[in-house]
Design a protein around this ligand. Structure first.
Ligand code: SAJ
Length: 420
């Protein structure tokens, strides 16, 4: 018989770990949130949050007030451990599991017989088995599923998060979850934990398939965005409006093309496909090419701006948007930041950068030729208007205000003015 979960430790209180901790706590489970970042821990313990995500602060405030969520820098004993730490890549796109290893080693001393350990971080195939080995090395007094199967002292599973930034609280509860156990019993116990807050289905599989499933979902999206981005380049060559083209093609009942943009950003879609390529370098040809097509797009946009700027003496360029996508504050792996940084370094003219979601320029964009401006001011001053993010706020910029400008709209927000 599985015992119920009285307490859960969530390791990593970022964009996934903190919402998950808060939602679990809101279901009456005692949650210990663990993060190496003292500032994040202090902020959470005051009932506030260190990231931006709609509805999260109110939830954290409530569960901290009721004592259901407490943050700390050191893991404590719990019935289940959920690991949600970053898995970036290093070198030539090799997965970097250093944070997962550090998390595993940090929980090892407090593990006890009967505990459940779940890895949620997006990880290459085989990572859950690797984590079991790290734990087994640290705790030779306990048995793990790769050694003892169903008889193991510790149950282990992989369960990827699949929530969309900006809709995390809703999707955490409503999305289906893929739950991959190292054994069927591990999967069943992990599913029981998720069922305490997930309204979607909890679908059981093994850990390796669950790891690959997450990578597959994001690679699927990356390949499809690459198709749209490639089309945008072809349409440019052929003098066709790509937005109109896609809209028309999507009238076909079995065609659903995504939208071109300035490149693919964020810490998921631009990263995860490489985890597949790293494991199957010779076979994953389409997945690798999609990454290359999407990574090339910012350079294509820069070339467009250079060509436009060459027509002016000291041009003023309004760069609208820095976030990696619309209506969020997240600048991580943002193609817009990459583009603006290059434009700054090229010293093409004066840059008026607009990002309604931030109050200061990121360090790499600070320079004599760059100012943070509001949208109306930037557009009014600009010779060239470069639209990088389709924030709702930019939609209202009137066609009139843009009429005398060179407009490079990488998102098709002002389709009537479309020039890229
Ligand atoms: N993008 C385009 N064109 C599109 C769609 C997106 O250029 O048609 C760009 C966006 O502007 C952005 C990037 O792609 O730069 C990624 O944005 P996104 O909205 O596609 O995805 P993320 O990174 O916010 O979240 C994804 C989601 N995965 C899928 O939709 C398959 C989410 O469900 C995952 O939980 C998340 O990755 C994750 O954490 O892995």
């Amino acid at each position: 018989m599985s015992k119920t979960f009285q307490s859960v430790a969530v390791i990593g209180l970022g964009y996934i770990g903190l919402p998950t901790a808060a939602v679990l706590a809101s279901r009456g489970i005692k949650v210990i949130g663990v993060d190496i970042n003292q500032h994040a821990v202090d902020t959470i313990n005051q009932g506030r949050i260190h990231i931006v995500e709609p509805d999260l602060e109110a939830l954290v405030h409530e569960v901290v007030r009721t004592g259901k969520l407490r943050a700390t820098t050191k893991p404590e004993t719990a019935d289940a451990f959920l690991i949600a730490v970053p898995t970036p890549f290093k070198g030539d796109h090799e997965p970097d599991l250093a944070y997962v290893e550090a998390a595993a080693r940090s929980i090892a001393p407090v593990l006890k017989k009967g505990d459940l350990v779940i890895l949620e971080s997006t990880s290459p195939v085989g990572s859950t088995e690797q984590m079991a080995q790290w734990l087994a090395d640290a705790r030779p007094d306990l048995t793990f599923p790769h050694q003892a199967g169903e008889a193991a002292d510790i149950n282990m599973a992989y369960c990827p998060e699949r929530v969309l930034p900006g809709k995390v609280i809703y999707e955490l509860v409503e999305n289906d979850r893929v739950v991959g156990g190292m054994t069927p019993h591990c999967a069943a116990r992990a599913a029981a934990l998720y069922k305490t807050f997930v309204r979607g289905k909890c679908i059981i599989t093994n850990a390796r398939t669950a790891e690959m499933c997450k990578l597959t979902e994001n690679s699927f999206r990356d390949v499809n965005i690459a198709f749209a981005n490639e089309l945008s380049l072809i349409c440019d060559e052929l003098n066709i409006n790509v937005w109109e083209l896609i809209r028309l093609a999507n009238h076909h009942p079995r065609v659903n093309i995504l939208q071109p943009g300035p490149g693919v950003g964020g810490h998921c879609i631009a990263v995860d496909p490489w985890f597949i390529v790293d494991k199957s370098p010779k076979t994953a040809r389409l997945i690798r090419t999609a990454r290359e097509v999407n990574d090339h797009k910012p350079h294509y946009v820069i070339e467009k701006v250079k060509a436009a700027a060459a027509k002016f003496k000291n041009p003023k360029i309004a760069c609208l948007g820095l976030a990696f996508k619309a209506d969020i504050d997240d600048l991580r792996e943002s193609p817009s930041v990459e583009i603006v940084q290059h434009l700054k370094e090229l010293n093409l003219g004066e840059l008026f950068v607009v990002e309604p979601q931030v109050t200061a320029l990121p360090n790499n964009l600070v320079g004599d030729n760059v100012v943070l401006a509001d949208a109306n001011e930037a557009v009014a001053k600009a010779d060239i208007v470069l639209l990088l993010v389709n924030h709702r706020a930019f939609k209202d910029i009137g066609i009139g205000a843009l009429a005398s400008k060179v407009v490079i709209d990488t998102r098709g927000l002002w389709e009537a003015m479309e020039k890229i």
